[in-house]
Design a protein around this ligand. Structure first.
Ligand code: FAD
Length: 837
């Protein structure tokens, strides 16, 4: 039997080796267009990054080894250009000799893989723009990085490979900017899981633009000008295109083989094409997804290798082996975190019209009391009636891979969430907890299915009507003060039974805590006290916060960095890191004069690290220091706010490999220094500016400027309609979603468009008011705003309102701080006058 194989890497090489192991007599020839066979595509980004140091380690097999050990003939640089299924022949071009021959076969195997997608963008073929698929492309990128020492790279497309390249180039000292057309990176996971990746990328000083694409590339000397669809321009030394791939199915199509709607080669369960003598495997085939039933192409090495084995079995033994399809199990390292997925996502189920339920749970990688436990967030997706496990996504630091594999095994065997409750795992404190994160996901899903708990999701709560829904934050007052959902009422779990009279029975009640556990207790208390309409916020405030925060970080300009507290700092102009308004802020450069007390809060979930810090600090004298290590990602932000609120000093904040280390100095009374502000006793004035009425805006600025001139520290917190007061006259073009555009049309364009709250008379009233002010020498609103900034009034735009209303930073006047409610609450701590306008 003569078996010819097209493509000599994952699927092709595996098929060939298996064929030889089960058939010693067959003549087997591999035709490979490139110069290498059986190499590790998956290792290519890490070779560029220098993690894999020796190039030879990428080559799993060589033609010489294949010939010596397997008697397999490999023809490198031989491209198959045509297939004649009737004559059972292929046409082969020797690319080096530039000659063409025909070869006959008894059985033919297609494993030609996929090719990178290059859209017709002007300038896309310029020098310095790369794709990454093969060894020569890898060599070209590596050589460019080694010899040209680029300072700045743009990665177009934020899939797994794009993000792996971002990390590897960043590790080589290149400033990386990612441009992604979708609203999130890693489209295979759902938005709230990608949101955690966004927040992680921010801490790594990787710039990324979401919902934006490239409209042109232009080569200028040694640089490339990348113009985005939003009009923004980026200059970079190199570009990696990681937009996607498409199956190499052209050859099959030409030969009259059926190609499916996805563009992949159609095969049956024996991986046979529409011609019985031709089999196909790998990235080039289309196969029904076992969960959605939709035709799908799987661009993964594992399935390609396993398919190769099935193809070999079927060729030698007849069609005895069947392929069940891929559930798309994938994992990727993104800097310090691991992102993994298996089964169907919420998005894909939605598209396929398949009903589902989801829950989000947060657990630790191993027992919290054993050092080094790291947080892990799991999204579990399951059938609403039978609990069949449909998909899972995990983001975390350690042990993500083994949990996703457990989930994948359960899905593969048609398991349910009830099966997850029973999974028996190996447990000792360094490896897991007595109840593994996968068991916990099962328990929570079981509670939902059996009606013991009802989950509501972050997007259903965001911007909800508070007349209809009451949000009850059952965390402690300290946690609530650091940050909560706007409009939420704080009733700690330990007080809830005594404060039921504050919770109405005629509204929908949503209880939430940090991750969902305390809220579940609260939910049970309410239900057993006769409340009919109670929900638990799935994933708690942790999920809500990361999903509703600003996602991209396009505010990083040449000398700016986004701090871990989400403030923008200007980096190292004179060796000193400064806040956006120019104040020096504590930086790693600050020396440690006092031996700190080391506290290990790794493994504790929010609010554990803060409570631990409070306990230690309470026991110290002013000036003493605590060096606390924590793994809860929210700690980075919380510790900054907590220090500001409590009058302690955050001397240093570092993050490495998922461990956040904060050096905190106990404050002296009346002496508090923080990254963004210096405040003393309670002499400040704070105001929430909610309205966009001209008269109310004027009143708030008159009071603010008056208070500032009396030496008070003044903070104005602009939320919702109040944001219009801060808008620039001439705004740059910024990308907006539909709702953002609608708000843009409906709302005033800036201070000059504001209307009076009374007697506006289609704008006549406000024009009269402006004239009257001018004739009486009263400053205009614009002037008052600038006076306020000059006299040190803090104008704070509410981040959450900006996100909800689609207002971006570029639309606001200079000098405005963007922050969350914690920042405002922190200011009220030092205020003896607090107004709501
Ligand atoms: P390939 O392995 O791509 O082999 C196809 C071969 O066919 C190519 O060498 C091509 O030159 C040759 N060929 C095509 N047409 C012809 C022709 N007409 N004549 C002769 N030869 C031809 N997957 C994972 O699961 N995990 C990962 O971490 C991961 N990382 C990746 C990182 C990178 C940078 C890349 C590029 C891919 C990664 N993948 C990963 C995907 C994985 O490598 C592929 O899914 C897998 O290699 C597909 O196997 P295949 O045999 O279908 O195609």
């Amino acid at each position: 039997m003569r078996i010819l194989i097209i493509g000599g890497v994952a699927g092709g090489a595996t098929t060939a080796a298996r064929l030889r192991r089960i058939n010693e007599d067959a003549e087997i020839v591999i035709f490979e267009r490139g110069r290498h066979i059986s190499y590790a595509n998956c290792g290519l980004p890490y070779y560029i990054g220098g993690v894999i140091e020796e190039r030879d380690r990428l080559f799993v097999q060589t033609p010489e080894n294949f010939l010596a050990n397997y008697r397999l003939v490999v023809r490198l640089r031989h491209e198959v250009t045509a297939i004649d299924p009737d004559r059972k022949e292929i046409t082969v071009r020797d690319l080096d000799a530039d000659t063409e021959t025909t070869e006959s076969y008894d059985k033919l195997v297609l494993s030609p893989g996929a090719e990178p997608f290059k859209p017709p963008i002007p300038g896309i073929n310029s020098d310095g723009i790369f794709t990454l698929r093969s060894v020569p492309e890898t060599d070209a990128i590596k050589e460019f990085v080694d010899t040209r020492k680029p300072k700045r790279a743009v990665i177009v497309g934020a899939g797994f490979i794009g993000l792996e390249m971002a990390e590897n180039l960043h590790d080589r000292g290149v400033f990386v900017t990612i441009v992604e057309m979708a609203q999130q990176v890693m489209n295979v996971v759902d938005f709230e899981m990608a949101a955690m990746v966004h927040q992680h990328l921010k801490t790594k000083h990787v710039e990324f633009y979401l919902r934006d694409g490239v409209s042109s590339f232009e080569k200028r000397d040694n640089e490339i000008l990348i113009t985005l669809k939003s009009g923004r321009e980026i200059v970079a030394d190199m570009v990696i295109l990681s937009i996607g791939v498409r199956p190499e199915s052209g050859l099959a199509k030409q030969a009259g083989l059926e190609v499916g709607i996805t563009g992949g080669i159609a095969v049956n369960e024996h991986l046979q094409t529409t011609n019985p003598d031709i089999y196909a495997c790998g990235d080039a085939i289309e196969f029904p997804n076992p969960i959605t039933g939709q035709p799908t192409i799987t661009y993964l090495a594992g399935p390609a290798n396993k398919q190769g084995r099935i193809v070999a079995n079927n060729i030698v033994f007849g069609n005895t082996s069947t392929y069940g399809g891929s559930i798309q199990t994938a994992v990727a390292k993104v800097f310090d975190i691991t992102v993994a997925t298996t089964g169907a996502s919420e998005k894909s189920l939605e598209k396929a019209g398949i009903p589902y339920k989801t829950i989000i749970t947060h657990s630790s990688s191993h027992a919290g009391y054993y050092p080094g436990a790291m947080p892990m967030s799991i999204k579990t997706i399951f059938g609403p009636e039978n609990g069949r496990l449909l998909g899972a996504q995990i983001v975390g630091y350690e042990g993500v891979d083994k949990r996703i594999d457990l989930m994948a095994t359960a899905i593969r065997h048609n398991g349910t969430v009830y099966d997850l409750t029973e999974i028996e795992h190996a447990y000792a404190p360094p490896y897991s907890s007595a109840k593994d994160p996968v068991n916990i996901a099962g328990f929570v899903a079981e509670n939902v299915l059996r009606g013991r708990s009802r989950h509501i999701h972050w997007h259903q709560v965001m911007g909800c009507d508070l007349n209809e829904m009451m949000l009850v934050d059952v965390r402690t007052p300290d946690e609530h003060a650091i940050g909560s959902i706007e409009g939420a009422v704080n009733i700690p779990l330990y007080e809830i039974r005594d404060r039921l009279d504050e919770i109405p029975r005629d509204k929908t009640i949503v209880v939430f805590c940090g991750v969902g556990l305390r809220a579940y207790h609260a939910e049970r208390v309410l239900i057993q006290n006769g409340y009919a309409d109670v929900f638990n916020l799935s994933g708690g405030y942790k999920t809500f916060e990361s999903a509703t925060e600003k996602q991209s970080n396009e505010d990083i300009y040449a000398h700016d960095i986004i701090g871990k507290d989400d403030h923008i700092y200007q980096a190292e102009i004179d060796g000193v890191t400064r806040s956006a308004d120019g104040h020096p802020v504590p930086s790693p450069a600050v020396g440690i004069e006092v031996e700190p007390i080391a506290v290990d809060a790794r493994g504790l979930q929010c609010p554990g690290p803060i409570l631990r810090l409070k306990k230690e600090i309470d026991a110290l004298e002013p000036g003493a220091r605590v060096l606390e290590a924590a793994t809860d990602p929210g700690f980075a932000r919380d510790v900054a706010s907590w220090c500001t609120m409590t009058g302690n000093t955050l001397v240093r904040l570092d993050e490495s490999d998922g461990t956040i280390t904060a050096l905190v100095e106990k404050g002296w009374p009346r002496s508090v220094t923080t990254a963004s502000t210096t405040t003393g006793a309670t002499t400040g004035t704070t105001m929430v500016v909610f309205s966009d009425d001209l008269d109310r805006a004027l009143a708030s600025l008159v009071i603010a400027n008056g208070a500032a001139s009396a030496g008070k520290e003044v903070t104005l917190f602009f939320t919702f309609w109040g944001l219009s007061i801060l808008k620039r006259d001439r705004k740059p073009r910024v990308p907006k979603d539909m709702m953002g555009r609608m708000f843009g049309w409906m709302l005033p364009g800036g201070p000059r468009d504001l209307a009076l709250s009374k007697m506006n008379m289609a704008g006549i009233g406000s024009a009269m008011m402006r004239n009257r002010m001018s004739s009486k020498n009263v400053d205009s609103l614009d002037t008052m705003l600038h006076q306020a900034i000059e006299s040190g009034v803090r104008l704070v735009a509410c981040q959450m309102s900006m996100d909800v209303m689609g207002v971006s930073r570029e639309e606001l006047i200079d000098g405005v701080e963007i922050a969350g409610v914690a920042s405002y609450i922190e200011a009220t701590e030092h205020s003896n006058l607090n107004l709501f306008v």
